[in-house]
Ligand binder design. Structure first.
Ligand code: SF4
Length: 273
């Protein structure tokens, strides 16, 4: 099991971020109402002046992209990768998905899910269950934690209800606990596992302070929370989590954890875990 979880193909080893999940992606909105503090898509948009830290939460639909047709692509298509599917634009997202699925693409739908959106998607695409894999991002069970890091995203209960709904409708389901937002990832995994058919990905917040700075969160409170998260999720914590979850065949470790588990594994004996 240990080997299975850590050994990857050369290509997968080289991949990081969303490339670990899909070969290409499709997006049609600039910005995201969820406005997560650590958002990499936001910091990238701010860096390249496509958005500002303030107006990131105003979603701008790219109507040109909506006209686009799709061919069958090689590998999985991630949809979306730099925004989310929010209730206001769910019908437009269904239009894009319809074209992707009709072209026989395998689509990974990644979202901090709103229940009404999940219901719409499941009810609209019952005949495409084999081509769709839902991956819902859930980094904590604690709504105070979620509210701080992901201010406008759905509550834990709503995300769990979405996961349960997609599962109950016979869709393939997975979860991304990346970034893990507190120390209770083991308990979170235990709660979500029964509704996951595919995989549960665990990762740490990458480039946290750099993203926070670009995203307009250089304040003392955010900095202090980032510091305590970093301190909490140290090497010993990652190894401890690994030990507890190594027999769960659904667990996949993101590059941030793999780096610690692979490179530092020889030093494990010296750690107090
Ligand atoms: S839901 Fe995703 S795209 Fe939207 S702000 Fe959060 S991290 Fe960024």
């Amino acid at each position: 099991m240990e080997k299975e979880q850590l050994v990857k193909t050369k290509k997968e080893k080289a991949a990081s971020g969303t490339k670990e999940w899909a070969s290409s992606n499709v997006n049609f909105i600039k910005g995201c109402i969820h406005d997560c503090r650590y958002c990499f898509a936001k910091s990238n948009a701010v860096k390249f002046k496509r958005k500002t830290a303030d107006n990131w939460k105003n979603e701008e639909v790219n109507y040109e992209k909506l006209k686009k047709n799709f061919r069958k692509r090689k590998g999985t298509v991630m949809f979306p990768s730099s925004h989310d599917i929010t209730p206001k634009h769910a019908d437009l997202a269904i239009g894009v998905l319809e074209k992707l699925l009709k072209a026989r693409n395998d689509v990974l739908i990644v979202s901090k899910p709103h229940l009404e959106v999940t219901e719409k998607l499941c009810n609209h695409f019952p005949e495409y269950k084999e081509q769709i894999l839902f991956r819902f991002t859930i980094g904590s069970m604690d709504n105070d934690v979620l509210k701080f890091w992901e201010p406008n995203a759905p509550s834990f209960e709503e995300r769990l209800a979405s996961l349960k709904y997609a599962f109950s409708q016979g869709f393939k389901t997975s979860v991304s606990c990346e970034p893990a937002l507190d120390g209770n990832t083991y308990e979170l995994v235990q709660q979500l596992s029964p509704y996951v058919t595919d995989s549960i990905w665990i990762g740490l917040a990458n480039r946290l302070k750099g993203n926070l700075k670009l995203n307009g969160h250089g304040d003392a409170e955010t900095w202090a929370k980032a510091d305590s998260l970093k301190k909490l999720q140290n090497k010993a914590w990652v190894f401890g989590l690994y030990e507890k979850l190594k027999d769960n065949s659904k667990i996949r470790w993101k590059d941030s954890c793999k780096k610690i588990l692979q490179i530092d594994r020889p030093t494990m004996a010296g750690l107090d875990i």
